[in-house]
Design a protein around this ligand. Structure first.
Ligand code: AMP
Ligand code: ZN
Length: 484
């Protein structure tokens, strides 16, 4: 096998992956802020981390993977401006903040299951770690922090090479951040935010710096150390985190563990999902959820495949047409896999099949090349094609497909046309009704009664059923037309 290589945002180079401890590779992924549903862009970040985790496991590395849940501390800007997103949501909706956090955390976990994301080893909540965050603040306070009325702040000039990870930490970028009165440098950030006098917050704790809440960046330094130790192997997040959140985490780690302690050795960032209006953002309130995709009749794995078709470091544009194309590709793939599975005999072969060996090599090359999943999908499809052409025995083909699926995560052992059918809400036809009508249509066609056959086709279309004549896919519920 080729050495795995990954692009490291810290060194800006693609590097061979050398685990700190090959018996326990440790990965931390910044999790969602649970004041609203995750949008498709957020979920792209977790399809990426899941692919990374799957590749590491596929290469035989035991893995400890953490995805944290941010239920406190993330302000409306990534820096120190605005209100806490959770508090603002609670105020706007009149709901209990803990109920909001619980609801959106559960919804996020359901999204991950729908996308076949393997559950991480730990899903720690920030609010369960406030005492540890306070202890961390106390440990770095004397040498690296200063106090203001509004809380405890980190002085970024106290660590070497502050902001090395970021690309655009220029004055213009900083100019967009509301200044906090008394900050020594614009990039200094809150370790602890004291509750403003007279303000009632639903989430606040006592600390040596007054009653208040932890700064957002603190949770990831604390929880990564607690669950993974330091240094650990890989830290992931969306590309926005490369600019503020992760440089600040690194600064905290250096303050706590010494200059050389950046926390993770390798920092990996997925690029944005954008649509015609720009980057998909939760704060805009206008965003697409996975549930909206399902409600329109698209199987959620079509979105997973859409993500896999793009390289994680490239911007990816969402469109309904693109999703429809991914769904069609997924259906073809499922129908191909189904045929291969049906033809298997269960016999084991001794000699490796040369076609399979070639495909495995190409697959391995693609995976090793900074997760080139687009090529990985193509290699997978090629195997199905070779089976269809009669050049590859079903058993060899199926074995290799199952193996590659460990990386793709499409769940091919249970993937078939039936499992991909998403029934639009409100339809009253059952699958059996559809089958009966299709039988009647076949009979009409056999008797050359085309008027009747067309009438049945129209009836099915009116009920949201797409009949795919001459196509191995047979029939499916039609996704609802998306608005332009
Ligand atoms: P948040 O819930 O805002 O804390 O973000 C959760 C994850 O989604 C983070 O890793 C973000 O960097 C990432 N993210 C946010 N917006 C997008 C987007 N439009 N495309 C891809 N990733 C994103
Ligand atoms: Zn984080």
């Amino acid at each position: 096998m080729l050495p795995l290589t990954f692009y490291n945002s810290l060194t800006r180079a693609t590097e061979p992956f050398a685990p700190i401890d090959p018996t326990d590779v440790r990965v931390y992924s910044c999790g969602p802020t649970v004041y609203n549903y995750a949008h498709l862009g957020n979920l792209r970040a977790y399809v990426f981390t899941d692919t990374l985790a799957r590749v590491l496991r596929w290469r035989g590395y035991p893995l400890t993977h953490v995805i944290n849940i941010t239920d406190v501390g993330h302000l409306q800007s990534d820096a120190d401006a605005g209100e806490d997103k959770m508090e603002a949501r609670a105020k706007a909706t009149g709901q209990d903040i803990w109920a909001i956090a619980a609801h959106y955390t559960a919804a996020f976990k359901q999204n991950l299951r729908d996308l076949n994301v393997v559950e991480p080893t730990h899903f720690p909540l920030a609010t369960d770690h406030v005492a540890a965050m306070i202890a961390f603040g106390e440990a770095i306070e004397a040498k690296h922090c200063y106090r203001l009325d509004s809380g405890l702040y980190f002085d970024v000039s106290t660590v070497p090479e502050y902001g090395r990870l970021a690309r655009s930490r220029d004055d213009e970028g900083e100019g967009r951040i509301d200044p906090v009165a008394g900050k020594r440098h614009p990039q200094d950030f809150a370790i602890w935010r004291a509750s403003p006098p007279g303000e009632n917050r639903q989430m606040e704790w006592d600390s040596p710096w007054g009653r208040g809440a932890p700064g957002w960046h603190l949770e990831c330094s604390v929880m990564s150390r607690q669950y993974l130790g330091a240094p650990f192997d890989i830290h992931t997040g969306g590309i926005d985190h490369r600019e503020i959140h992760h440089p600040n985490e690194i600064a905290q780690n250096q303050a706590f563990g010494g200059c050389a302690d950046t926390g993770a050795k390798l920092w990996m960032h997925n690029n944005f999902l954008v649509d015609r209006t720009g980057k998909m953002a939760k704060s805009s309130g206008q965003f697409l959820t996975l549930q909206a995709v399902i409600d329109r009749g698209y199987h959620p794995l079509a979105y997973r495949l859409m993500c896999l078709q793009a390289h994680y470091r490239s911007e990816m544009e969402f469109s309904w047409e693109g999703l429809a194309a991914a769904l069609t590709r997924l259906k073809r793939l499922a129908s191909g896999v189904e045929k291969v599975a049906r033809a298997t005999t269960g016999k084991k072969r001794n000699d490796p099949n040369p076609i399979v060996q070639n495909a495995r090599d190409a697959f391995d090359r693609a995976v090793s090349n900074d997760l080139n999943t687009a090529v990985v999908v193509t290699e997978f499809e090629k195997l199905i094609k070779y089976f269809g052409q009669g050049t590859l025995p079903a058993d060899d083909c199926y074995d290799a497909l199952l193996d590659m699926d460990e990386v793709l995560g499409l769940g091919i052992a249970s993937l078939n046309m039936r499992s991909l059918r998403v029934r639009p809400p409100g339809v009253i036809l059952s699958d059996e009704d559809v089958e009966r009508k299709l039988d009647a249509r076949r009979e009409a066609r056999a008797g050359k009664d085309y008027a009747r056959s067309d009438a049945i086709r129209d009836e099915l279309a009116a009920a949201g059923v797409e009949v795919m004549d001459g196509d191995p896919l047979g029939w499916d519920w039609r996704p609802l037309e998306a608005e332009a």
